[in-house]
Design a protein around this ligand. Structure first.
Ligand SMILES: Cc1cc2nc3c(=O)[nH]c(=O)nc-3n(C[C@H](O)[C@H](O)[C@H](O)COP(=O)(O)O)c2cc1C
Length: 208
Protein backbone atom coordinates (compact mmCIF):
# COMPACT_ATOMS: atom_id res chain seq x y z
CA UNK A 1 0.00 0.00 0.00
CA UNK A 2 2.82 2.35 1.00
CA UNK A 3 4.62 1.51 -2.25
CA UNK A 4 1.51 2.30 -4.26
CA UNK A 5 1.07 5.66 -2.52
CA UNK A 6 4.74 6.51 -3.19
CA UNK A 7 4.41 5.58 -6.88
CA UNK A 8 1.26 7.70 -7.18
CA UNK A 9 3.05 10.66 -5.53
CA UNK A 10 6.05 10.29 -7.89
CA UNK A 11 3.75 10.09 -10.91
CA UNK A 12 1.91 13.22 -9.77
CA UNK A 13 5.21 15.06 -9.21
CA UNK A 14 6.32 14.03 -12.71
CA UNK A 15 3.09 15.37 -14.19
CA UNK A 16 3.41 18.65 -12.31
CA UNK A 17 7.08 19.07 -13.35
CA UNK A 18 6.18 18.22 -16.94
CA UNK A 19 3.36 20.76 -16.92
CA UNK A 20 5.73 23.46 -15.68
CA UNK A 21 8.44 22.93 -18.28
CA UNK A 22 7.82 24.19 -21.77
CA UNK A 23 9.95 23.17 -24.74
CA UNK A 24 10.48 26.06 -27.11
CA UNK A 25 10.26 25.64 -30.89
CA UNK A 26 13.64 25.20 -32.58
CA UNK A 27 15.26 28.60 -33.22
CA UNK A 28 14.69 29.66 -36.82
CA UNK A 29 18.21 30.07 -38.16
CA UNK A 30 16.80 31.00 -41.59
CA UNK A 31 14.80 33.86 -40.09
CA UNK A 32 14.69 36.94 -42.30
CA UNK A 33 16.40 39.71 -40.34
CA UNK A 34 18.52 42.75 -41.02
CA UNK A 35 22.20 42.09 -41.64
CA UNK A 36 24.60 42.53 -38.72
CA UNK A 37 25.70 45.90 -40.09
CA UNK A 38 22.11 47.07 -40.58
CA UNK A 39 21.30 45.86 -37.06
CA UNK A 40 24.13 48.00 -35.61
CA UNK A 41 22.76 50.93 -37.59
CA UNK A 42 19.23 50.43 -36.21
CA UNK A 43 20.12 49.57 -32.58
CA UNK A 44 18.68 52.00 -30.09
CA UNK A 45 16.96 51.99 -26.71
CA UNK A 46 13.18 51.77 -27.14
CA UNK A 47 10.91 52.40 -24.16
CA UNK A 48 7.45 51.92 -25.72
CA UNK A 49 6.01 48.50 -26.48
CA UNK A 50 2.87 46.91 -27.85
CA UNK A 51 1.15 44.85 -25.09
CA UNK A 52 0.84 41.86 -27.46
CA UNK A 53 2.65 38.77 -26.14
CA UNK A 54 5.60 37.57 -28.22
CA UNK A 55 4.89 34.48 -30.33
CA UNK A 56 6.57 31.25 -29.21
CA UNK A 57 8.83 31.43 -32.27
CA UNK A 58 9.91 35.00 -31.51
CA UNK A 59 10.57 34.08 -27.86
CA UNK A 60 12.54 31.03 -28.97
CA UNK A 61 14.68 33.02 -31.41
CA UNK A 62 15.18 35.82 -28.86
CA UNK A 63 16.35 33.47 -26.07
CA UNK A 64 18.58 31.49 -28.40
CA UNK A 65 20.19 34.71 -29.65
CA UNK A 66 20.63 35.86 -26.04
CA UNK A 67 22.44 32.77 -24.85
CA UNK A 68 21.27 29.62 -26.60
CA UNK A 69 23.41 26.53 -27.18
CA UNK A 70 25.07 26.88 -30.58
CA UNK A 71 27.61 24.01 -30.51
CA UNK A 72 27.51 20.30 -29.78
CA UNK A 73 29.86 20.75 -26.81
CA UNK A 74 27.24 22.91 -25.06
CA UNK A 75 28.83 26.32 -25.63
CA UNK A 76 26.57 29.30 -26.14
CA UNK A 77 25.84 32.19 -28.52
CA UNK A 78 27.21 34.51 -25.80
CA UNK A 79 30.74 33.85 -24.51
CA UNK A 80 31.41 33.76 -20.75
CA UNK A 81 34.75 34.05 -18.95
CA UNK A 82 36.30 30.56 -18.70
CA UNK A 83 33.05 29.25 -20.24
CA UNK A 84 31.49 29.28 -16.77
CA UNK A 85 28.01 29.99 -18.22
CA UNK A 86 27.07 31.66 -14.95
CA UNK A 87 24.40 34.02 -16.28
CA UNK A 88 20.87 32.80 -15.59
CA UNK A 89 18.15 34.21 -17.82
CA UNK A 90 14.67 34.62 -16.31
CA UNK A 91 11.59 35.45 -18.39
CA UNK A 92 8.91 37.57 -16.71
CA UNK A 93 5.49 37.65 -18.42
CA UNK A 94 1.93 38.61 -17.45
CA UNK A 95 1.35 34.97 -16.42
CA UNK A 96 4.51 33.81 -14.65
CA UNK A 97 8.29 33.84 -14.31
CA UNK A 98 10.30 31.16 -16.12
CA UNK A 99 13.96 30.16 -16.14
CA UNK A 100 15.63 29.50 -19.51
CA UNK A 101 17.65 26.31 -19.92
CA UNK A 102 20.07 26.93 -22.83
CA UNK A 103 21.05 23.26 -23.10
CA UNK A 104 17.47 22.01 -23.47
CA UNK A 105 16.14 25.21 -25.07
CA UNK A 106 13.24 25.06 -22.65
CA UNK A 107 11.57 27.22 -20.01
CA UNK A 108 10.66 26.11 -16.51
CA UNK A 109 8.17 28.05 -14.44
CA UNK A 110 9.66 29.29 -11.17
CA UNK A 111 6.85 31.61 -10.03
CA UNK A 112 3.21 32.13 -10.92
CA UNK A 113 1.61 35.50 -11.60
CA UNK A 114 2.59 38.85 -13.08
CA UNK A 115 5.77 40.13 -11.41
CA UNK A 116 6.98 42.49 -14.15
CA UNK A 117 6.45 45.38 -11.71
CA UNK A 118 9.43 44.42 -9.53
CA UNK A 119 11.65 44.39 -12.62
CA UNK A 120 10.26 47.75 -13.78
CA UNK A 121 10.75 49.19 -10.26
CA UNK A 122 9.22 52.61 -10.87
CA UNK A 123 10.06 52.87 -14.59
CA UNK A 124 6.49 52.10 -15.63
CA UNK A 125 7.28 51.82 -19.34
CA UNK A 126 9.12 48.56 -18.55
CA UNK A 127 6.02 47.03 -16.97
CA UNK A 128 4.16 47.51 -20.25
CA UNK A 129 6.49 45.18 -22.18
CA UNK A 130 4.99 41.68 -22.55
CA UNK A 131 8.33 40.11 -21.65
CA UNK A 132 11.14 41.17 -19.34
CA UNK A 133 14.40 39.24 -19.55
CA UNK A 134 16.41 39.29 -16.34
CA UNK A 135 20.10 38.36 -16.16
CA UNK A 136 21.20 36.91 -12.81
CA UNK A 137 24.86 36.13 -12.11
CA UNK A 138 25.50 32.86 -10.29
CA UNK A 139 28.70 33.62 -8.35
CA UNK A 140 28.92 30.08 -7.00
CA UNK A 141 28.96 28.69 -10.54
CA UNK A 142 31.51 31.35 -11.53
CA UNK A 143 33.71 30.01 -8.71
CA UNK A 144 35.89 33.09 -8.34
CA UNK A 145 35.65 35.91 -5.81
CA UNK A 146 36.79 39.52 -5.59
CA UNK A 147 36.71 42.58 -7.80
CA UNK A 148 37.96 40.75 -10.90
CA UNK A 149 35.14 38.22 -10.64
CA UNK A 150 32.61 41.05 -10.43
CA UNK A 151 34.01 42.73 -13.52
CA UNK A 152 33.91 39.50 -15.43
CA UNK A 153 30.33 38.53 -14.56
CA UNK A 154 29.34 42.12 -15.38
CA UNK A 155 30.98 41.75 -18.77
CA UNK A 156 29.28 38.38 -19.31
CA UNK A 157 25.85 39.85 -18.53
CA UNK A 158 26.72 42.81 -20.77
CA UNK A 159 27.30 40.44 -23.67
CA UNK A 160 23.93 38.74 -23.13
CA UNK A 161 22.13 42.08 -23.06
CA UNK A 162 23.88 43.19 -26.23
CA UNK A 163 22.96 39.92 -27.98
CA UNK A 164 19.35 40.75 -27.02
CA UNK A 165 19.73 44.33 -28.26
CA UNK A 166 21.18 43.29 -31.62
CA UNK A 167 18.67 40.48 -32.16
CA UNK A 168 15.84 42.91 -31.40
CA UNK A 169 17.07 45.56 -33.79
CA UNK A 170 17.65 42.92 -36.50
CA UNK A 171 14.21 41.37 -35.99
CA UNK A 172 12.25 44.62 -35.58
CA UNK A 173 11.54 44.20 -31.85
CA UNK A 174 11.76 46.91 -29.20
CA UNK A 175 14.05 46.73 -26.15
CA UNK A 176 16.35 48.62 -23.79
CA UNK A 177 19.15 47.46 -21.48
CA UNK A 178 18.29 48.35 -17.87
CA UNK A 179 20.13 48.34 -14.58
CA UNK A 180 17.06 49.58 -12.69
CA UNK A 181 15.11 46.88 -10.82
CA UNK A 182 13.98 46.00 -7.32
CA UNK A 183 16.76 43.56 -6.48
CA UNK A 184 15.45 42.83 -3.01
CA UNK A 185 11.92 41.94 -4.19
CA UNK A 186 13.32 39.89 -7.07
CA UNK A 187 15.63 37.94 -4.76
CA UNK A 188 12.77 37.28 -2.38
CA UNK A 189 10.39 36.13 -5.15
CA UNK A 190 12.93 33.86 -6.84
CA UNK A 191 14.53 32.65 -3.60
CA UNK A 192 17.97 33.96 -4.63
CA UNK A 193 20.74 33.74 -2.03
CA UNK A 194 23.68 36.18 -1.78
CA UNK A 195 25.54 34.29 -4.54
CA UNK A 196 22.79 34.96 -7.08
CA UNK A 197 22.91 38.60 -8.16
CA UNK A 198 20.37 40.28 -10.48
CA UNK A 199 22.57 42.35 -12.84
CA UNK A 200 20.65 43.68 -15.84
CA UNK A 201 17.28 43.34 -17.55
CA UNK A 202 15.72 43.92 -20.96
CA UNK A 203 11.99 44.56 -21.43
CA UNK A 204 11.13 43.24 -24.91
CA UNK A 205 8.04 43.73 -27.05
CA UNK A 206 6.77 44.43 -30.51
CA UNK A 207 7.13 48.02 -31.65
CA UNK A 208 4.14 50.15 -30.64
C1 LIG B 1 24.40 49.10 -18.11
C2 LIG B 1 23.23 49.93 -18.59
C3 LIG B 1 22.21 50.24 -17.71
C4 LIG B 1 21.11 50.99 -18.14
N1 LIG B 1 20.07 51.21 -17.30
C5 LIG B 1 18.96 51.83 -17.74
C6 LIG B 1 17.81 51.96 -16.91
O1 LIG B 1 17.80 51.53 -15.77
N2 LIG B 1 16.73 52.57 -17.43
C7 LIG B 1 16.69 53.05 -18.70
O2 LIG B 1 15.65 53.59 -19.10
N3 LIG B 1 17.75 52.95 -19.53
C8 LIG B 1 18.89 52.32 -19.08
N4 LIG B 1 19.96 52.17 -19.91
C9 LIG B 1 19.86 52.64 -21.31
C10 LIG B 1 20.71 53.89 -21.53
O3 LIG B 1 20.10 54.99 -20.94
C11 LIG B 1 20.87 54.09 -23.06
O4 LIG B 1 21.54 53.00 -23.59
C12 LIG B 1 21.62 55.37 -23.35
O5 LIG B 1 20.85 56.50 -23.02
C13 LIG B 1 22.01 55.49 -24.81
O6 LIG B 1 20.89 55.43 -25.66
P1 LIG B 1 20.80 54.34 -26.82
O7 LIG B 1 20.79 52.97 -26.19
O8 LIG B 1 19.52 54.62 -27.54
O9 LIG B 1 22.02 54.51 -27.67
C14 LIG B 1 21.07 51.45 -19.49
C15 LIG B 1 22.10 51.13 -20.37
C16 LIG B 1 23.17 50.38 -19.94
C17 LIG B 1 24.26 50.02 -20.93
Amino acid sequence: MKKLALMAALLLMGTVCFAQTKNLPEPNLQRKTLTVMESFKQRKSVREYSAKMLSDQDLSDLLWAAQGKNREDGRLTSPTAMNRQEIRLYVFTSKNVMLYDPQKHSLTQVAEGDHRGIVAAGQDFAKAAPVSLLMVADMEKFAMKGANAQWMVGADAGIVTQNINLFCSAAGLATVTRGTMDQKAISSLLGLNENLIPVLNNPVGYVK
